[in-house]
Design a protein around this ligand. Structure first.
Ligand code: G6P
Length: 633
């Protein structure tokens, strides 16, 4: 969702800010804007609804050469995606009769201000004139109001940044906000100062030599800064070209850790692929290896995790696991349910995070919650985690983005190490989540009933997985040909059983997300209880039918579709003549044990969705209406 970029240093800020906003496009947005200071310290704002190209055309020639600036990509919540509602918003005092008399500052904001109506009424009574329908604009005027007071009551520019009027103003303003914010403030007449603040919406600071970058995630920093500071909730950062001070909003100065930034410009580039999604699909042999690296112990025939932060006794006493997440991460949770129940014989419940947060289910002692999330920022997943944590149960995160809110708030967790996932439709994060859940099944299995030999077999199968995924990717060209045949279909069914049922859901979601074709995933046998009514000659069914425990059962379901003249695309084992005779099109995937099939079978489904979307001319990496990281409820 919304993205923030800021720069203070010695280079042309407008270029860096726009480049940073490009790197945040993947989060999803519908308008963009930027503010810099002109030679006389006045604020120059450019804003444009729609894609970044519009903003770039406004910025190309006539923007001041300032070396300080802030920018934003907005995903509308309060007010339509118009030029006027785009950020930055200016804070300044109007007389109540005319518009702004002076503009003292500009802000960009991620998050939602819940008490904005009350604040707006008060500020309007003070004479502020609002020019947008957003909740964010109240922050701009509120900081301005606090700044006037701070200047009047004699706060001085001191060596202690916490006491300077600009910082005092931001601290006092945010103390009055209810809701969430990632906030960045640029002040007129202060070409050397940015103030950032965070509560519930991430912000990072990139540290360079004589320059600092601020962003809502690390990707705009790659290639520009080699160190990173993750701001925590309630922290305020006071940033100049050469200095960074981090202050707690209420209690004054705090220490902060400067960490190496392990993200290169190549990590956030397309690497010769036509889309990020395609690049990320092809990265999977490596990302799967990364998810397992250092986590397999042949000596103990188990998995090893560094960051669970639970004692062996606590882990021994786990008698129930709750897996929660949203979207694709929820599908990975379903795969996890099959894995953990089969190998660890532990009862698992999978809950949509958006339901769990309000459902108030009974949770016994011995229950362990895993929040599964690529971004670590999904609002519903965060709320579900907080709710369970509040009740005193241990919470762990399975997360990709290092330093994200959920990674920080969970008691411990497991990182995917998949590198940045930029395509909005999740691909490599899904397979890595499944790998981590397989590792957990092994871990809890070995804590309970699983034998040493079984553990070693499990490890050997996992180690073959990257090779199987490489083989599965070889079907790319064949899948493109199949995509051409079916690109105009208006409904697809995705059918699979057992381990492949969640993959059917995920395959349908991928197609929906990026090609805007209606698709439904079902357990193959359930199809006769309703969805079969949809089957006709124009409605393709994608069958997941590899050799395995339920192969014969799925063949029966496939025959039921063929009897109704429905076209079938089968994802099947190599050389399966029985399937070849029945299906209209076959995509071969290498044989894998049942429990690893979700990972191997996901590959052709990702490629099928990708090619159909490209052939239909869809914006694969930035599908309409979707956001990569959904930070609102
Ligand atoms: C959004 C994205 C999905 C993603 C879901 C959960 O809806 O578009 O691709 O699966 O959020 O995101 P998370 O970052 O929590 O895994």
């Amino acid at each position: 969702m919304c993205g923030i970029v800021g720069y203070v240093g010695f280079r042309r800020a407008a270029d860096l800010v726009v480049e940073g906003l490009r790197r945040l496009e993947y989060r999803g947005y519908d308008s963009a804007g930027l503010a810099v200071l002109d030679d006389e310290g006045r604020i120059d704002v450019r804003k444009a609804a729609g894609r970044l190209a519009r903003l770039e055309s406004l910025v190309r020639d006539q923007v001041p050469e300032a070396s300080i600036g802030i920018g934003h990509t907005r995903w509308a919540t309060h007010g339509a995606p118009t030029d006027g509602n785009a950020h930055p918003h200016l804070g300044g005092c109007g007389t109540g009769h005319s518009s702004v008399v002076h503009e003292s500052l500009a802000i960009v904001h991620n998050g939602v201000i819940e008490n904005y109506r009350g604040l707006k009424t008060r500020l309007e009574a003070e004479g502020y004139v609002f020019r947008s329908e957003t909740d964010s604009e109240v922050i701009a005027h509120l900081v301005d109001s606090c700044l006037k007071q701070a200047l009047e009551t004699g706060s001085r520019v001191t060596d202690e940044p916490a006491d300077s009027p600009w910082v005092v103003a931001v601290r006092e303003a945010i103390a009055q906000l209810r809701g969430t914010y990632g906030l960045l403030v640029l002040f007129a007449g202060r070409p050397d100062l940015l103030v950032a603040a965070r509560l519930g919406s991430p912000l990072v600071v990139g540290v360079g030599d004589g320059e600092h970058f601020i962003a809502s995630d690390a990707s705009p920093l790659a290639g520009h800064a080699d160190r990173i500071v993750y701001l925590a909730d309630h922290e305020v950062a006071v940033i100049t070209p050469d200095t960074l001070r981090v202050i707690h909003r209420d209690s004054g100065r705090v220490e902060h850790s400067v960490l190496p930034l392990e993200l290169s410009a190549a990590d956030v580039g397309m690497g010769g692929y036509s889309h990020f999604m395609l690049k990320e699909i092809h990265e999977q042999p490596e990302t799967i290896r990364a998810a397992m690296r250092g986590r397999l112990s042949r000596d103990d025939a188990t998995a090893v995790f560094g960051g669970l932060n639970l004692t062996p006794a606590q882990l021994q006493h786990v008698n129930r696991i709750v897996l929660t997440g949203c979207g694709t991460s929820w599908h990975a949770a379903l795969v996890g349910e099959y894995l953990i129940e089969e190998f660890a014989r532990l009862p698992v419940e999978v809950e949509y995070a958006s339901e769990l947060r309000y459902r108030n289910p009974p949770i016994d002692e011995g229950t362990l919650l895993f929040a599964i999330t690529q971004s670590g920022e999904t609002a519903d997943t965060l709320a579900a985690l907080r709710e369970v944590k509040r009740k005193g149960h241990p919470t762990l995160a399975i997360c990709n983005v290092v330093g994200s809110t959920i990674a920080n708030e969970a008691d411990g967790g497991i990182y995917l190490h998949a590198g940045p996932e930029i395509g909005v439709a999740s691909t490599k994060a899904f397979t890595s989540q499944c790998v981590v859940l397989a590792l957990l099944a092994l871990y809890f299995g070995r804590l309970r009933h699983m034998s040493y030999e079984k553990g070693l077999e499990f490890i050997a199968a996992l180690e073959r997985l990257p090779g199987l995924v490489t083989e599965a990717l070889e079907a790319d060209t064949a899948i493109r040909t199949i995509a051409e045949k079916y690109r105009n279909a208006s409904t697809f069914l995705y059918l699979g059983r057992q381990y492949n049922f969640p993959v059917a859901l995920e395959g349908a979601l991928k197609l929906k997300e990026i090609s805007y074709i209606h698709a439904e995933g079902y357990p193959a046998a359930e199809m006769k209880h309703g969805p079969i009514a949809l089957v006709d000659q124009l409605t393709p069914s994608v069958f997941l039918i590899p050799q395995g425990a339920v192969y014969d059962k799925v063949i029966l379901n496939l025959e039921e579709i063929k009897a109704r003249k429905g076209p079938v695309i089968a994802i099947a084992s190599p050389g399966d003549e029985r399937v070849r005779e029945l299906a209209d099109d076959v995509i071969e995937v290498p044989d894998a044990p049942d429990f690893l099939q979700p990972i191997v079978e996901a590959i052709p489904l990702q490629l099928l969705a990708y090619h159909i979307a490209v052939l239909r001319g869809c914006d694969v990496d930035k599908p309409r209406n979707l956001a990569k990281s959904v930070t609102v409820e």
